[in-house]
Design a protein around this ligand. Structure first.
Ligand code: BGC
Length: 485
């Protein structure tokens, strides 16, 4: 009976943790909850997990300090886990005109859009096609991957009656770490998010796309701009909201960019841009001054790029489900959850638990956690007990919550870098499924701003920037096209 009551309390608390925007510190509250009663080995273990995934205010202050020193090093060209890549562009003024094809290669999806800019910030999307990048292309040769991309462009041109004669400017959003060498060229530094197509790292991805287009017989497309998805997101959002100076992706992967004063970019050797600011692609997924749990290390060992993208692997959708699976599997092995012999092999398959299920668990507000029950039965556990389902939901919330608190720590670091006293309003344009779909992800981030800045936290506004990356890239392409005349 006592155990049921405690688990019920845990359930209420986990629901509250996610629904509540106020400052709720998991380490404190649950520590008290557990320590107020005689603990058993199981409970101690859960408490241990809880502590492992907590991100305390002190941790956040340390992350901010480390972000600042890595940013400084990255901007001056010293070795740093933050690459701080100059994008060769700034936000646009809003007078851009023209028709563009935007090609957006993000993760497992490729989107092609026809974008029309009217010169007064009006944007019309006259066609959008989505294509799935199958595993065979992610893991095959670069030539096969780019041939497939050219095929998708060809299909898009046909279905949207785009001329094969007249010159067409294309904006290429390529959401990977690229060492940008000009606005329309850049070499892939390293793949991420499950991509490993051979022969692409170290090569200019625009040249690879051009070659594939020629092979396909498409001669009239000119790549006008190569843009990271964060940069596209920032440019598109700042079109609507002038105070937007930070673009963030919280999806399959994670990253951010922001507007930097050209004088602060010590490694910049080119001409000063007209606006005296330039957007910097931080590649914050690589940030590595942070400690990880045993489960993170285990997950990392099973990725195609072990020891890389440490921060991304604690935050983004590609990895959260797998971390959750590893914790669950451990709890099953220790006989703490699903104490049923049919559960022994549950969650044994690597990468089988998608992060979406964590949103599903968090959204299950029913008293018997019916949606979780159905999900578990689909996984092969025909019968599950309520106590285990409560624990399932709670563990998931700890992992998602860590992700949101780390994202908020990183956003805070960049904003304090730009505005140490937080004197002005900063709109953060954020896109990505983790941010969009995990219930109250935004609320958890805001509670961190509140913990750190109190009243001044109202100067940080997170604003959803749906599918901005392609549109932003088209806007940049328009700037380039107008400069070229
Ligand atoms: C890539 C970034 C990208 C981010 C979000 C990361 O894996 O390295 O360039 O912006 O994913 O898509």
């Amino acid at each position: 009976m006592k155990k049921i009551l405690i688990l019920l309390l845990l359930f209420l608390l986990s629901a509250d943790l996610l629904a509540n925007n106020s400052q709720v510190e998991p380490r404190g509250s649950n520590y008290d909850l557990y320590s107020s009663r005689s603990s058993t080995a199981d409970e101690d273990f859960i408490r241990y997990i809880e502590k492992n995934f907590a991100v305390t205010p002190d941790d956040i202050r340390e992350i901010i300090a480390n972000f600042h020193s890595e940013m400084r090093k990255g901007l001056s060209g010293q070795e740093s886990s933050l690459q701080m890549i100059p994008s060769f562009t700034d936000v646009a003024i809003g007078k851009e005109t023209g028709k563009f094809i935007a090609l957006d290669l993000g993760g497992t999806n490729l989107r092609v859009l026809a974008v029309d800019l009217d010169g007064a910030k009006g944007i019309e999307i006259s066609g959008v096609n989505r294509y799935v990048i199958e595993k065979k292309y992610m893991e095959g040769t670069g030539e096969e991957l780019f041939n497939y991309i050219a095929e998708c462009i060809d299909n898009f041109m046909k279905s949207n009656n785009i001329s094969y004669e007249k010159k067409v400017d294309l904006a290429f959003t390529f959401s990977f770490a690229v060492d940008q060498t000009s606005i329309d060229s850049g070499k892939l530094i390293s793949w991420s998010k499950g991509f490993e197509a051979s022969g692409v790292e170290g090569k200019d991805v625009v040249a690879l796309l051009n070659e594939a287009l020629r092979r396909k017989g498409i001669k009239n497309i000119k790549v006008a701009a190569l843009v990271n998805d964060t940069v596209g997101t920032l440019v598109a959002k700042s079109y609507e909201e002038q105070a937007c100076d930070l673009g963030v992706i919280l999806g399959t992967g994670t990253n951010a960019c922001y507007r930097e004063k050209i004088n602060n970019i010590k490694k910049w050797k080119g001409l000063a841009p007209k606006s005296s600011n330039m957007i910097i692609n931080m590649e914050w997924g690589d940030f590595d001054k942070i400690s990880v749990t045993y489960y993170d290390r285990e997950m990392d060992a099973g990725t195609i790029n072990p020891k890389e993208h440490k921060f991304e692997k604690m935050i983004s959708g590609m990895y959260l489900g797998e971390i959750f699976r590893l914790v669950l599997r451990d709890l099953i092995k220790r006989d703490i959850i699903f104490k049923d012999e049919n559960a022994v092999n549950l969650f044994d398959k690597q990468w089988s638990l998608k992060s979406e299920f964590m949103s599903l668990a968090a959204n299950d507000k029913s008293s018997n956690l019916g949606a979780i029950e159905v999900f578990l039965s689909e996984q092969g556990l025909k019968k599950s007990d309520l106590q285990s389902r409560i624990l399932f939901k709670y563990i998931s919330s700890l992992i998602a919550r860590r992700s949101a608190r780390l994202s908020a720590a990183a956003v805070s670091a960049v904003i304090l870098w730009m505005d140490p006293e937080l004197e002005r309003k900063h709109i953060v344009g954020i896109d990505g499924a983790v941010y969009e779909r995990y219930p109250d992800y935004k609320g958890i981030m805001e509670s961190v701003f509140n913990e750190l800045f109190g009243d001044k936290s109202k100067n940080i506004v997170c604003d959803y920037a749906k599918d901005g990356s392609g549109i932003g890239a088209a806007i940049i392409a328009a700037v380039v096209a107008s400069e070229e005349g």
